[in-house]
Design a protein around this ligand. Sequence first.
Ligand code: IPE
Ligand code: IPE
Ligand code: MG
Length: 237
Amino acid sequence: MPDIKKIKLPRHVAIIMDGNGRWAKKRHKPRIFGHEKGAMHARDFVEFFSSYDIPYLTLYAFSTENWNRPKAEVEGIIKLLSEHLDEAIKIAHAKNIRIKHLGRMDRLSPGIQKKASQAINLTKDNTGLTVSIAFNYGGRSEIVDAVQSIVRKKIDAAKIDEDLFSKYLYTSGIPDPDLFIRTGDEMRLSNFLIWQAAYAELYFTPVLWPDFDREELEKALIAYSKRHRRFGGLRTV
Ligand code: IPE
Ligand code: IPE
Ligand code: MG
């Protein structure tokens, strides 16, 4: 395997953490057991990810469509979020990590909303890895929210270009992802960062999220380093 320190690394990695349910099913356990394992794994993952020289990580944790799952599963996932939040914030802050949230806060409980804003505030001046958690996130609702803000501000139509529009997305100030990873053997974006993914390199793996360890991450980074990105031109950049 090439030396990870010598390859061209992405600046921003975005991950669709899929496969928790199947991970549990393989072990004859309820789906929520997989979500528990997935949440613990996300914490460990952020810790080892911060040792690479990659400044931005975005994790897809819960989509706007995931509300359509059975009530017990949704409640279980929200409970896990709330239980893990305090500890995760402490670890993140100690490691100089800046936390951001992508998505709508509206359907989350006031308690979780408060904790999330405290985490964002507490870590906002940290200078290490930026970790954005996409929770209650939908790519289409992100675009709709941006359009609403622009209209509310009565911005002149002639002034709206791609740069301005990007500033109204949840990801304002964060560069577009260079590498998209989806675990869990599905090959689709499932409404994740659909605007920002325009020129992302896509990497799909059958490995289920709780098993996506350092070695699997390095495989993805090495695959990325071999891609030829042209952005519509003829030269690799
Ligand atoms: C991803 O795992 C976590 C969430 C979508 C919340 P899944 O729950 O989708 O797991 P599978 O795809 O059913 O295995
Ligand atoms: C995408 O996974 C959402 C997250 C990982 C949070 P899903 O399991 O919800 O996606 P689909 O339904 O297979 O497209
Ligand atoms: Mg899934």
